[in-house]
Design a protein around this ligand. Structure first.
Ligand code: CTP
Length: 437
């Protein structure tokens, strides 16, 4: 039976005031337009779980585009409407964004299992979603502001910590939901329900994943690897025989698991450096996950995930470079900082961190961490202007000199500004040719 209760106080307690006020205003706009306005889905789920989430999805009973247009008029928000589906993306002046959708009766085919009478359009909209925990809605219209609407037992499943689909064809309709089930299960420490688990196993047997495009599969994989506990999620995927869906060579061997754990460690270490550049977590995990792949398997993976351009380079050329760098560092115990710099500088941050995970000796870890914390920020004291004052004719030679200076500083051959001037002058004299330093 549907359960009604108000969650106003939860909204007030959990939301920043600006968002709470905005919700109130959305409700008032709905009143004026004579449309029901609801916040739905992951936002409501996370509100009840007391998890921060400001990804707001609004469903309007009426016309979502019209609703968005009012937001544009009143708040100067930018909107990207999609007339055909009656949806709109809204971006407010302060950068806050939300999605508006329309719940419209005429657009739905009635699912066979549902009686065709007395179903609200909102209920049908929610019925089309993936799991019960994502079907909760909160009404925003002023008369019933804060009313929690729970058609499908979402509250019960949140309480039972259970991931359940709404109907048996859910995974056939959208195979990505299998990965979403694992992601939510691991994120919240929930359990996939018994029936839902059976449906996943059926889906696996029926090979419904062949229809899944590379793009969508890649998106789901990234989301899993960007989530709270990728290791647990990967183990669960293995458990459900789903890793093979991504690539037949994806195996969680001890080596791979060790690297995944190493990646976790490296990420926490890096986070504590409070650097402005944040690594793409999914990329580091995926590099480690396929670290034992042959180049043939990599090719297969790129094809399956439809990786092209920059994304493909990350897993082909740059991956090979990183593996090479790690093995060079493993072989050299006393490597010069300038060499470390030269080896690592061309690699993206994630590949640098990947090298740390790959290292068999302690050298790569030590050297790469020094590169990240010290070497990479080191610049010579002297600038182009200083070289000019030293009487060196400007030209491409400048960048060469500055690089040599940087190397010398990295390797401790020079330290102060005077050391650098001395370094340049000695070389200048040594060369004796002002044109060819
Ligand atoms: N949805 C679905 N089937 C999918 C993807 C999404 O039914 N394959 C529905 C879910 O009801 C979900 C909503 O669309 O709540 C919004 O999707 P999304 O933003 O991807 O998910 P969230 O639930 O907000 O999850 P997250 O916290 O990961 O963003």
């Amino acid at each position: 039976k549907e359960k009604y209760r108000y969650v106003n106080s939860l909204l007030r307690e959990r939301l920043p005031l600006w968002l709470y006020d905005r919700f109130k205003e959305f409700g008032t706009i709905g009143d004026e337009l004579g449309m029901g306005v609801y916040v739905v889905g992951g936002f409501v789920r996370d509100l009840l779980l007391r998890e921060d989430n400001f990804d707001v999805d609004i469903v309007v009973e009426g016309d979502g585009v019209k609703f968005a247009q009012i937001l544009k008029e009143r708040y100067g928000a930018k909107i990207s409407p999609h007339e055909k589906f009656k949806t709109a993306q809204v971006v407010f002046k302060d950068g806050f964004r939300l999605d508006v959708a329309t719940a419209r009766l005429e657009y739905y085919e009635y699912p066979a299992a549902m009686p065709t009478v007395s179903i609200s359009s909102l209920k049908l909209d929610l019925y089309r979603r993936d799991f019960t925990i994502n079907t909760l809605a909160i009404k925003l219209n002023s008369k019933e502001f804060g009313l929690l609407i729970d058609f499908f037992g979402g509250q019960r499943d949140l309480k039972d910590k259970c991931i359940r689909v709404l109907h048996s064809l859910s995974f056939v309709e959208d195979p990505t939901r299998v990965f979403r089930a694992v992601r939510f299960e691991q994120r919240f420490g929930f359990q996939i329900g018994k029936h839902t688990l059976r449906l996943i196993k059926n889906a696996r047997r029926l090979n419904i994943f062949d229809k899944l495009t590379g793009k969508r599969l890649f998106t789901e994989l990234k989301l899993i690897l960007d989530d709270r506990d990728p290791e647990a999620a990967l183990l669960r995927l293995k458990d459900l025989d789903l890793l093979e869906v991504i690539h037949k060579d994806l195996k969680l061997t001890e080596v791979v698991l060790d690297r995944i754990r190493a990646a976790k460690g490296v990420l926490s270490w890096y986070e504590l450096l409070f650097k402005p550049q944040k690594p793409r977590q999914w990329l580091l995990f995926l590099l480690n996950l396929v670290s034992e792949f042959s180049s043939r398997s990599i090719k297969g993976l790129c094809q399956r995930l439809d990786l092209t351009g920059k994304n493909e380079v990350l897993f082909t050329k740059l991956r090979e470079e990183a593996i090479k760098v790690a093995s060079i560092l493993d072989r050299e115990s006393d490597v010069r900082p300038s060499k470390v710099y030269r080896l690592l500088r061309p690699l993206p941050l994630e590949h640098q961190l990947f090298c740390m995970c790959l290292g068999k000796t302690h050298v790569p870890k030590k050297e790469i961490s020094r590169f990240i914390t010290e070497y990479q920020d080191i610049r010579p004291h002297l600038k182009g202007n200083d070289l000019k004052s030293l009487g060196i004719p400007p030209g491409p030679i400048y960048s060469e000199i500055l690089e040599k200076l940087r190397d010398a500083r990295l390797d401790g051959e020079v330290e102060t500004r005077d050391d650098e001037i001395d370094f340049v002058q000695r070389r200048w004299k040594f060369s004796g040719d002002p044109q060819r330093l």
